[in-house]
Design a protein around this ligand. Sequence first.
Ligand SMILES: [Zn+2]
Length: 282
Amino acid sequence: MIRNLLLPLVALALLPLAALAQPKGWNDPFPPHKIMDNLYYVGTSQLSSFLIVTPQGNILISSDYETSVPVIQAAVKQQGFNFSDIKILISGHGHPDHVEGDGLVKELTGAQVVVGRLDAPYNKAFKTPSGRPLPIDRMVDDGDTVSLGGTTLTAHLLPGHTKGCLAWSLPLKENGRSYYGFLECSLNIQGMQFVGNQDYPNIVEDFRATHKKARTFPVEVWASSHGVFYGLDEKYAKLKARKDGEPNPFIDPQGYQAHVSEYEKKFDDVLAKQLADAKAKQ
Ligand SMILES: [Zn+2]
């Protein structure tokens, strides 16, 4: 399953501007579910989308592909919410599988579209299959906040996977306890060029700083842009089987730190290999 996922990720990284057909099965529905408090998973089997429900309307994070939008709509409805109550769309990082549906979501909801400033050039240049442009209503930087109906999300710039990759933190409550919620961007390096990258000359420095910074957040409940990064299948199975008094499987501070270490190691290994290959060619 991991291998099936990684191949399309390579293709996406190599052709970031092309309006690619989505990899097979990525838009299959996944059971929507409450992660904790007012945070819900409404994405597809492989592409994360999150809904944050407030008394003044809802926030959607990531539209995914244009063809993912009906799957997200159905998931929102299945959880008992109206898609038209989405007031803010927080765009995903600048890759087609996270932002392609932004124009369609805007058309269906009238939501304000929030985009990370450093990924905005990608959205502006993007060509969607339908010809819809990707809207940008507000640009945000590291530390900026998005607030609606008493919930505030804070943006954290963690560049490398894209120049403007943003994670979002938000406070969550369950059984009288507060938790630090964290929606990771991506640390994935599949298909990336670290040596002589003309489009992103400081990619190595950015990744190194991002690995360091990623460890500093007091993450307790976390998720990421692809379910496979945070063990969605396993955690959802545990959530379904959860009995009263058992811990919420999405509370996983050690898993988050281990995930950062795992992806830092992958980065170090691939970088070393690319440096050795470049040296051998000299
Ligand atoms: Zn990506």
